[in-house]
Write a protein that binds this ligand. Structure first.
Ligand SMILES: [Zn+2]
Length: 114
């Protein structure tokens, strides 16, 4: 709505040109916010996290591992260099949320007790 008001004074050609410019400069959404949350859960899960391929020099640990990649909606980023990555395995994008892990643990525990 805001956008249509903002562009109301533009000619049709200008609107088309503006759309093309915005498509070029707007970073593409690589992962949804839910997928970023899942990827973050995965990175902290204890499985080997995705790490920067340049982590051999001037890369430090963020408490998880050396040069761990950080998921964002614009893709993975490295905190220490310009490395980015735009893909993840599907199981990582759908990694169980913390609450689901606790539920799974309860089911296993209850199953063992029976
Ligand atoms: Zn890096």
């Amino acid at each position: 709505m805001y956008k249509s008001k903002r562009n109301a004074y533009l000619t049709e050609d200008a609107k088309i040109l503006l759309g093309e410019i915005e498509a070029i400069i707007k970073p593409p959404e690589v992962f949804t916010p839910d997928e970023v949350n899942s990827l973050n859960q995965y990175q902290c899960s204890g499985f080997h996290p995705f790490t920067c391929p340049n982590r051999g020099s001037q890369h430090f640990s963020n408490g998880i591992d050396l040069g761990v990649l950080i998921p964002t909606t614009r893709g993975w980023i490295c905190q220490y260099c310009d490395y980015t990555q735009d893909w993840a395995h599907d199981f990582m994008k759908n990694y169980p949320k913390v609450e689901e892990i606790y539920t799974i643990r309860e089911i296993i525990r209850d199953g063992e007790g029976a």
